[in-house]
Design a protein around this ligand. Structure first.
Ligand SMILES: Nc1ncnc2c1ncn2[C@@H]1O[C@H](COP(=O)(O)OP(=O)(O)OP(=O)(O)O)[C@@H](O)[C@H]1O
Ligand SMILES: N[C@@H](CCO)C(=O)O
Length: 313
């Protein structure tokens, strides 16, 4: 009997002005163990997944079925165990990690009918934007577009010496709530500001121009509207560069805040600053230094001996 293990990383989307189009992956993982068996069983494990459905309505299993639908095949029954280190509804792409892990699991069970580009397209259409699912699938930093013609992307290797510090508050903020506060329309000036800064940010990341990050990460598309939902965000966006950050942004839809740092420098000063912002705003949470995950979603197969009953004659 073969058990498949699928491990999909967390991700941080937007990075400031790259709204719905730019993201990177970090090494906190959603892991599935999938074993073919006669009846389908969905088993969420661990405290983070308490309350998620233990049946085929689970988001991971629904993602597995998306692969079958795109491939025009039927998913074989399997036991699906789900664990995650990605905190839910914090802006670290928990839904994208679950979605991508499920799509990849479905693809493996069906004999890989979909190529990487098709899996990305299935994931991006389901999520509505590609900025979390693309780095969850491919790792590194990914620039991606989604339109009626398909999903297109470029994956960048993370620049040397670029590290991430995240402040993960203890409260949840759902993406739908954080999208509901955004305006329906923007002025031409705002559009030009966003596209020029997003283009500069992508170019700076591709060439390792860490000196440009602070400027390139300026954003007026989503962060100012979401700031009232995330105490301390405005302070961090304005001040983090004075405390050792190379640039700062709301991570995805929040409430996590991401700062870039230079891995050759000590981050103690940045940590102290981020803890002081939490204290000032009465927040609890964690501050973590993380590298950028370069590998994306990984699949391993484990062959297990089946127990055979011995007939005692
Ligand atoms: N491993 C999982 N198993 C089942 N459901 C999950 C899993 N991970 C996430 N989800 C679902 O996704 C929801 C969180 O998605 P949401 O888009 O609000 O936030 P996020 O993906 O963590 O953050 P962001 O999109 O801002 O980066 C959870 O409340 C849960 O319903
Ligand atoms: N680009 C998305 C990421 C969160 O899913 C947003 O900011 O709403």
């Amino acid at each position: 009997m073969t058990t498949l293990t699928i491990r999909a990383p967390a991700s941080s989307a937007n990075l400031g002005p790259g709204f719905d189009s730019l993201g990177l992956s970090v090494p906190l993982y959603t892991t599935l163990r999938v074993t073919p068996q006669a009846q389908t069983q969905v088993v969420p494990l661990g405290p983070e997944l308490e309350g998620t459905p233990a049946d085929t309505s689970n988001y991971v299993y629904r993602a597995m079925k998306l692969t079958a639908t795109r491939a025009g095949q039927t998913l074989p029954p399997a036991r699906v165990e789900i664990e995650t280190e990605v905190p839910l509804a914090r802006g670290l792409g928990s839904s994208a990690a679950a979605l991508v892990a499920g799509i990849v699991a479905g693809n493996e069970l069906l004999g890989r009918p979909l190529d990487d580009e098709s899996m990305l397209d299935v994931a991006a259409r389901e999520e509505g934007h590609p900025d979390n699912v693309a780095p969850a699938l491919f790792g590194g930093i990914v620039v991606a577009t989604l339109d009626r013609l398909g999903t297109h992307y470029v994956r960048l290797d993370p620049p040397a010496h670029l590290g991430v510090t995240v402040l993960i508050p203890d409260f949840e903020l759902s993406t739908s709530k954080a999208r509901a506060v955004l305006p329906k329309q923007y002025s031409r000036a705002d559009a030009v500001h966003a596209l020029s800064h997003a283009a500069l940010l992508a170019a700076a990341l591709s060439q390792g121009r860490l000196d440009l990050l602070q400027h390139a990460m300026q954003d007026y598309i989503h962060q100012i509207w979401r700031a009232p939902l995330v105490p301390g965000l405005s302070d961090i966006l304005e001040e983090a560069h004075l405390h050792g950050a190379l640039g700062a942004a709301l991570s995805g839809a929040g409430p996590t805040v991401l700062c870039f740092h230079d891995t050759r420098e000590d981050t103690a000063r940045l940590h102290a600053y981020l803890h002081s912002v939490m204290g000032k705003n009465g927040l609890s949470g964690r501050v973590l230094d993380l590298p950028i995950d370069g590998a994306g979603t990984q699949v391993t197969r484990e062959q297990k001996e089946e127990c055979q009953e011995q007939n005692a004659l």
